[in-house]
Design a protein around this ligand. Structure first.
Ligand code: TYM
Length: 338
């Protein structure tokens, strides 16, 4: 008898919002670049989280265009629809259905403790809608509906993966084993790329200061200018340090862009000033993003192809999602549709 046991690959799921017309260098380094690297070792499912985007007001035509741009960006980052499932969240209605059920197993107090809710409600004081509040249960549904083992995210999303795990544990406790308990999978380097203008803050799409963020489609000259203006400190040496958030951030970015370790970067710039280092950072990022940018531009001219990818992705995703949804509906006592 054949003794070989084929080990099932772990399931990986992640998502990204299509709000804003493009991703930041933070999204690229902290998330989508790593998603592409995981495709051979795991069963990967990647999603454009357009339902999450409407927690903040969006212009409908722009949201549609940005959704295409997000699909194009994920493909350009190396996600291969032959290896991974790539789809748009709203094309699989089972997420929203499971989210409702999970809402009923999530505590008001838990949701109030979410730091992103606190931040976003402070920033959108005139639109603190219920969706902003229950956002984590939709994200939990995204994760749990695929029985995901690992969720690759930047540091800012870790709390949301943890609440998904808590909700799953609670549901399993009541109804018996239903959901796999997911774990956050945070990259060792680049999990939190900081603002170039205020390096104590995360680099964020919604930052109104253009110099604070690098957008993945920025022109090379803009990237160079933003790096030259990046806030550093008055020490004058290219070295990491606890009180040097600007330098730490630039060293991380340069390390990721060149594949060098932070120690190698410090050695390379020993005795050199910040001017040289910032120029080198700019150039490295321009080169890292060049093929990506070109690929996005090509793909955006072929919406039929993007539709095709989204269509096939949604079909594959839905098959898996419906299995979990049916199981959950049965467990909570919903009468099957006769
Ligand atoms: P979103 O769209 O804000 O960000 C997408 C991914 O990019 C990471 N990220 C960063 N990483 C490093 N440095 C930064 N400055 C930086 N900014 C953003 C985020 O951590 C994230 O991994 N709620 C999610 C989308 C989502 C999701 C999901 C994720 C919806 N459903 C299910 C995982 C699983 C969000 O808004 O990410």
């Amino acid at each position: 008898m054949d003794e070989t046991v084929v080990e099932k690959k772990k399931v990986v799921l992640s998502g990204i919002q299509p709000s804003g017309n493009q991703f930041t260098l933070g999204n690229y380094i902290g998330a989508i670049r790593n998603w592409a690297l995981m495709q051979d070792s795991f069963d990967c499912i990647y999603m454009v989280a357009n339902e999450h985007s409407i927690t903040v007001r969006q212009e409908p035509a722009k949201l549609r265009e940005n959704t295409y741009r997000a699909i194009a960006s994920l493909l350009a980052a190396g996600i291969d629809p032959k290896k991974s499932i790539l789809f748009v969240q709203s094309h699989v209605p089972a997420h929203a259905e499971l989210a409702w059920i999970l809402d009923c197993y999530t505590m008001f107090g838990e949701l109030t403790r979410m730091t992103q809710f606190k931040d976003k409600s402070a920033k959108n004081a005139d639109n603190i809608n219920a969706g902003l509040f229950t956002y984590p249960t939709l994200m939990a549904a995204d994760i749990l509906i695929y029985q995901s083992d690992l969720v690759p995210v930047g540091a800012d999303q870790k709390q949301h993966v943890e609440i998904a795990r808590d909700i799953a544990g609670r549901f399993n406790g009541i109804y018996g084993n239903t959901f796999v308990l997911p774990e956050p999978y945070i990259p060792a380097m680049g999990a939190k790329i900081m603002s170039l203008a205020e390096p104590e803050k995360k680099m964020s799409k919604s930052d109104p200061n253009e110099n604070a963020k690098i957008l993945v489609m920025d022109k090379p000259e803009d990237i160079m200018r933003k790096f030259r203006r990046a806030v550093t400190d008055s020490y004058g040496e290219v070295r990491r340090g606890e009180d040097k958030p600007g330098l730490n951030n630039l060293i991380t970015i340069y390390s990721v862009a060149t594949g060098k370790t932070p120690e190698q970067v410090e050695a390379e710039f020993e005795g050199k000033g910040y001017g040289d280092f910032k120029t080198a950072c700019g150039e490295a990022v321009v080169e890292m993003l060049r093929p990506f940018r070109e690929q996005v531009e090509t793909l955006m001219k072929n919406k039929d192809y993007l539709d095709q990818v989204a269509k096939e992705g949604a079909e594959q995703a839905e098959r898996i999602a419906m299995r979990t949804l049916r199981k959950v509906q049965k467990k909570v006592g919903f009468l099957p549709r006769p």
